[in-house]
Design a protein around this ligand. Structure first.
Ligand SMILES: *Cc1c(COP(=O)(O)O)cnc(C)c1O
Length: 331
């Protein structure tokens, strides 16, 4: 925590979560896969309205919004955005007006998808929800809302990524603690707007941990995601005053399937495996596809049985409830 204070202390921060999140060994999952040693970083347990990775970003994004005197926050996402839900909760907690501009980026418009899961919680948390399709409707909505702090999709700019610089330093402390894994060879995380992976790459480099980040694409293919990630790594390193890290990281879209929010058989299998070996709830859009990546890399022998892997659980379980057809089929 000392290093974290030094590196991040100069940035305004609104504390919203329960820190540190647990780092737990998944012995039954490891055994089911025949090794490696798998640990789960429980960012599904950040403590803010069902948790998830956006809580860490929002501490810095909303810390800055408050410091700049904003009373209204606007952000963007898919109809079932976990980022939107956590922003709504954070704004409620901080007394900020929350405006959510949600778009139909998944080809679904059924009643369940548009009223349950995350979007139900957005309404409950008091956010003003608008479904916008296309740039014209977005511009019009922004004009209607007026002056506001505009947070990018996924909370992914360098300020948001600071949350994951801090998360990497938090992990470094847990590795070395009594009962911790001692070392980590790889970190596996679902990647869409890339603030999570960018922050981890920068933070792991700062902590001097040689772990490889395996960024598993769930939103866009590897070329696009990789460009987003590299730009954000550079901006985040600049913001904290570090040289651009040369750390080992890789962007993979082998488990992306046909598109964002579209289920795959490997995702369904991985979500079931985590649930039935560890009692862990992943989600169909993000962490389930990242878990499919972990399972796939182990089975292909890309991850050796002697390695220690941290699977970063980024949350998202409200999404389970809008994909009943995928999870209620017998298997
Ligand atoms: C947003 C999100 C991600 C991806 O994080 P990025 O920083 O946008 O790459 C992963 N998992 C869940 C559950 C998310 O909501």
């Amino acid at each position: 925590m000392g290093a974290m204070t030094d590196l991040l202390a100069r940035f305004p921060r609104a504390v919203l979560g329960h820190w540190p999140t647990p780092l737990e060994r998944a012995e039954r999952l490891s055994a089911a896969l025949g090794g490696p040693e798998i640990w789960i970083k429980r960012d599904d347990c950040t403590g803010l309205a069902i948790g998830g990775n956006k809580t860490r970003k929002l501490e810095f994004l909303l810390g800055r919004a408050l410091a700049e005197g904003h009373g209204t926050v606007v952000t963007f996402g898919a109809v079932q955005s976990n980022h939107a839900r956590q922003t709504a909760a954070a704004c409620a907690r901080l007394g900020l007006r929350c405006e959510l501009l949600l778009s139909r980026s998944v080809p679904r418009d059924d009643a369940l998808y548009e009223t349950s899961g995350n979007v139900l919680l957005d309404h409950l948390l008091g956010a003003n929800v608008r479904i916008v399709d296309g740039i014209d409707e977005t511009v019009k909505a922004l004009e209607e809302i007026g002056p506001a702090c505009v947070i990018p999709p996924g909370g992914s700019n360098a300020t948001g990524a600071l949350g994951y610089v801090g998360a990497a330093l938090e992990l470094a402390g847990q590795l070395a603690a009594p009962g911790g894994p001692g070392r980590v060879d790889r970190v596996v995380a679902a990647t869409s707007t890339a603030g999570t992976s960018a922050g981890l790459v920068v933070g792991l480099a700062h902590a001097g941990l040689p772990a490889r980040v395996e960024a598993i694409c769930v939103y866009e293919p590897a070329d696009v995601t990789s460009a987003t990630l590299e730009a954000l790594v550079e901006e985040t390193a600049d913001l904290v005053g570090m040289a651009r890290p040369t750390g080992d990281h890789r962007v993979r879209d082998d488990w992306f399937g046909a598109g964002y929010g579209l289920p795959t058989a490997a995702m369904t299998e991985a979500v079931r495996l985590f649930a039935r070996t560890e009692g862990l709830l992943l989600d169909p859009v993000y962490s389930g596809k990242a878990a499919a990546g972990l399972v796939g890399m182990v089975r292909a022998g890309e991850i050796g049985a002697d390695e220690t892997v941290v699977f970063w659980h980024t949350g998202g379980s409200p999404g389970l409830f809008v994909y009943p057809e995928v999870f209620t089929e017998p298997s």
